[in-house]
Write a new protein. Sequence first.
Length: 119
Amino acid sequence: MEFQVDIWLRGDNHATIEVIAPIPREPLAWTDKDIVVVLEEMLRALERARHPEAMPDRPVSLRGFSWIVSPFEAGGVVIALELTLGAVVAGPFNISEADLSGRIERVIGAQRPTAPTVH
């Protein structure tokens, strides 16, 4: 499945669009692994927009960003991620807001370290 991402970098007055195609299934059939890939590819697209020379398979951590699933006016929902670097929005996807939000929350929660962190 291909989907579009809109990318806004902090300090720029325009958005860029990229199409990525990492998932073989439609959103209703996404597994937790598929959602991890979607989020990682969104983050990589944002990184490539700022640093085109970045390695395409650079490791990604699903921590340190804000996210939301929102209804799209033409139907479906979009996933929006915001970081200090900028924001990236993917979609629309044909899945309910509550279902996709729950799946993303579960996936991101599973990425948290289990050992206590000492600062």
